[in-house]
Design a protein around this ligand. Structure first.
Ligand code: HPA
Ligand code: ZN
Length: 330
């Protein structure tokens, strides 16, 4: 398709991407092999067959188990470099990657190992692939706020060494029952420290969680946020305040947030004036990288070329890049 090449060439940023969610089954086996880990799957196909999710938690259970093969600095480097190559092939010029330190420190992996492997790939890709990037350290919301504080304290000594990359904080994992306000104090501390703030809200959780992420956590962007449309006053606020939503259509489809992409509200949100962006979330688990998300959405929702240009431009403008750098990429 001629328009796929056109879409690929549009400069875009990826703003909602969990690096642990880019672990393809092939790499899962490769890393398990070199780390002496026995996987509960016979082969790559058995892993793919297991990826039949009914909701967010059914995905998270396999996602956290999969991350168990990541042990060495080289593992984190290889994972990140493989993602960056995919991203470059999709026309991504800037990526803001979330990572879940608690998933690794809970298994006895040193925080420094995680940072070092991610950063080596990100810095190399800046030179060899021409992709700029930032890191968003994400707290696991099913754990306590005290554990989030402990993670922050453990990471802060590394801040200076990774100051070119680690600019922000995110909140992910099981949404229902873990409202944003559970993390009000740690987000307040992160704001004082000068971090940029995002949080997952309104994926499975109610619009009230989006309101709380905005007003209590004071986030600059909402990850997902698709349930915001259930509260018209909230949606009007998001539009008026130009709060970006990092929407992940194929993720929403695979986790049953929507039952068909035709029913996805991305186009309605965009046409109502919301700052919508398109992202892949966990591409190895949801069956598509960012360009696949653009194409599937365009097909299902009849997005016009102008709308696709707007989505790509929104992604750069919603990034944490300084405005002058955004302008250079647009
Ligand atoms: N939602 C919440 N937590 C996550 C996700 C998601 O889509 N992906 C990885 N962690
Ligand atoms: Zn996510």
């Amino acid at each position: 398709h001629e328009w796929h090449a056109w879409l690929r060439a549009l400069p875009k940023a990826e703003l909602h991407l969990h690096i642990e969610g880019t672990l393809e089954p092939e790499m899962m086996f490769e890393l398990a092999g070199r780390n002496g880990i026995v996987l509960p799957y016979a082969d790559v196909q058995a892993v793919r067959d297991a990826y039949q999710f009914t909701d967010l938690q059914s995905f998270l259970d396999l996602y956290y188990a999969g991350a168990g093969v990541l042990v060495t600095e080289q593992d984190f480097y290889d994972l990140t470099m493989a993602y960056l190559r995919h991203a470059q092939a999709d026309g991504v010029v800037h990526a803001e990657l979330m990572f879940d330190p608690q998933t690794h420190t809970q298994r006895g992996i040193a925080l420094e190992t995680v940072f070092a492997g991610l950063a080596r790939a990100l810095r190399e890709a800046r030179d060899t692939l021409g992709i700029s990037s930032y890191l968003l350290l994400s707290f696991l919301r099913h754990l306590s706020e005290d554990e989030a504080f402990a993670t922050l304290e453990a990471a802060l000594p590394l801040r200076e060494a990774y100051a070119d990359l680690w600019i922000g904080i995110g909140l992910d994992s099981s949404e229902r029952g873990n409202p944003p306000e559970k993390f009000a104090r740690v987000y307040g501390r992160c704001a004082e420290l000068g971090f940029r703030l995002v949080a997952h809200a309104g994926e499975e959780g109610p619009p009230a969680y989006v309101r709380s992420a905005l007003d209590t956590l004071k986030v600059a962007r909402i990850d997902h946020g698709v349930r915001s449309s259930e509260d018209p006053a909230l949606l009007q606020d998001l539009i008026r305040r130009r709060v970006p939503l990092t929407v992940c259509p194929l993720s929403n489809l695979k986790l049953g947030v929507v039952h068909h992409l035709r029913n996805h509200n991305l186009a309605k949100l965009l046409r109502a004036g919301a700052v919508v962006t398109v992202n892949s979330d966990d591409p190895a688990y949801f069956g598509g990288y960012v360009l696949d998300n653009y194409i599937a959405s365009a097909d299902a929702l009849d997005l016009s070329r102008d709308e696709l240009v707007t989505l790509a431009a929104n992604s750069l403008k919603a990034s944490f890049l300084p405005p002058a750098e955004q302008a250079g990429l647009l």
